[in-house]
Structure formats: C-alpha cells, structure tokens
Design a protein around this ligand. Structure first.
Ligand code: NAD
Length: 253
C-alpha cells in the first residue's frame, strides 16, 4: 500500500494539471452517510423525482421533510482529514480543481475557493426558485417551515427547492461543461469515494483516461474503472489522503 501512495504522491508533486473527483465517500468520515452503502440514504428515504416535485404539493412537502432531516446531520458536519488533505494540496499549488458529486459544501469549508470546486449536483446549503431562479438561504426556508409553511413558495409564486439536482432534473450545463473540459485535459485524475455509476459525472474518469492522464482511485468498494486505473487503493479516504498530502509536501521540500 505504501508503494501505491508514493506513486500517487510523486504524480501529484510533478505539478501537472491535477484534478480530484469526489463522491459521497469522502464525506462519510464527516458523519454524512453515502447513498449506496448499507445504512445509506436510500435505505431510509424514497427519493422524490423532479416531475413529482413540480406537479404535486404533497411531493414537495415530502421533499422538504427529507431535506430538513438531512440538514440536521449536515449542520454538524465538518471537513475531515480527506477534505483537509485536498485543501493542503491546493495550497501547495498542486491541485487545479475539485469536481464533486457532493452537495455538502465541505470542500469550500476546508478552504478550497468556491470557483475551484465544480459541483455537478448542486449544493444543499442553497435554495433556488424554480421559476425566477433567485437564490436564497436554507435558514430563511427553514424558518418558514418551522412557522407552519411545509413547502414554501417564492415571492414570485414559483416553488422554492434546495439547490440540488433531483432524479429526473437536468444537470447544470456550465458545470458539466467545465468538468468535462478539465477532465479531458488533465495529466492526473484522482477519484475519491465514488461508485462512479451516476452519469454524466461517472464519465469524467473516462475523459481523463482517453486524454492519457494518470488515473488513481481511492474507494472502499468496487467501481467500473478498477481495472482501467493505474493505481487502486481500497482503503478509507481520510488517512490515505492525509498520508499522500504529507508525502507530497516532503517531495516538494
Ligand atoms: P455513492 O454512495 O454511490 O458511493 C460512495 C462510495 O464511497 C462507495 O463506493 C463507498 O464504498 C465509498 N466510501 C464510503 N466511505 C468511504 C471512505 N471513508 N473512504 C473511501 N471510500 C468510501 O456516492 P456517489 O458515487 O457520490 O454518487 C451518488 C450521489 O450521492 C451523488 O449524486 C451525490 O450528489 C450524492 N450524495 C452526496 C452526499 C454528500 O454531499 N456528502 C451524500 C450522499 C449522497
């Protein structure tokens, strides 16, 4: 295992165009459950599809209910060793951007600037009107819910929705385009904590591979890219990333 981490560290330290792609698995060590592991979110809730949200008040109430339950856990979550290690690499000038499927905002909280975090599935700390597009805070929506409005509307009459991509909802065009460009032009692509099955996010490692990038995966369970990658580490992300960041720092001294 030490050899694998050294190989990854050396690639990062070379200082080419380094991209990290993260999924729910990087945040489980912050106490946020992932989707597909046992005990994950889909074991507890039935997802509300986008067309249901837009066509039924009952579905909107169910959706807000789920979100409020998730926020209570999220509010307590802090960046863990893995997030902090990536922030360290960024501060060393060795990480171009993080592409993430996560909606928890923990990369930004670890110190990586917002414009270097490409959120493919939105951010659950924001709320957006589905008609006028105005962005507002979770705190404001929560207050209204607590005061007896279980599915709040915008002042324009549109439906307010946490700013995350639901099943059946279009992906954010600009983010997907930017993530595709970065993946297709990088030298090093590291996947952390993703099953790599949700599309089009899961295509990013393929773009990187086709571009001739070095592909590494740190993930506890199998992914469709395990055979295609150069280094596979099946260990917990936090300690692994911390070790890699320390190795990189040493190499750059
Ligand atoms: P996923 O649940 O499909 O896969 C998570 C992967 O991470 C699994 O393969 C699991 O084995 C691995 N994993 C779990 N803990 C790990 C750890 N400590 N170290 C290394 N690997 C670990 O998640 P996904 O691939 O990101 O895709 C599903 C969707 O989940 C995304 O659309 C995302 O928006 C959403 N999601 C986000 C959050 C979050 O923001 N924290 C949480 C749950 C789900």
């Amino acid at each position: 295992m030490q050899d694998k981490l050294e190989t990854i560290a050396k690639k990062i330290a070379q200082g080419g165009r380094n991209i990290v792609f993260t999924g729910a698995g990087i945040s489980t060590e912050s106490g946020i459950p992932d989707f597909r592991s046992q005990g994950g979110i889909w074991d507890q809730y039935r997802p509300v599809y986008f067309d249901e949200f837009m066509s039924s008040r009952d579905a909107r109430i169910r959706y807000w209910d789920q979100k409020i339950a998730m926020w209570d856990g999220l509010e307590k979550a802090r960046p863990n060793l893995g997030h902090m290690a990536l922030a360290k690499l960024f501060n060393l000038g060795l990480l171009d951007a993080v592409i993430t499927q996560n909606i928890d905002g923990l990369h930004q909280e670890s110190g990586i600037p917002g414009d270097k975090v490409i959120e493919l599935h939105g951010n659950t700390r924001r709320v957006r009107c589905m008609t006028c597009g105005e962005v507002s805070t979770v705190a404001a929506a929560k207050k209204r819910i607590e005061h007896g409005d279980p599915a709040p509307d915008c002042h324009c009459g549109g439906y307010l929705k946490p700013d995350t991509i639901s099943f059946g909802q279009a992906m954010p065009h600009a983010e997907v385009e930017r993530a595709t460009e970065l993946s297709a032009s990088c030298d090093f692509f590291l996947v952390v904590g993703s099953t790599l099955v949700v599309h089009p996010a899961a295509l990013m490692p393929e773009y990187a591979r086709r571009a001739g990038a070095f592909l590494a995966i740190v993930n506890l369970s199998e992914t469709p890219y395990d055979k295609a990658c150069h280094v596979l580490v099946r260990e917990k992300a936090g300690p692994v990333l911390e070790t890699i960041a320390d190795m990189v720092e040493e190499l750059r001294k």
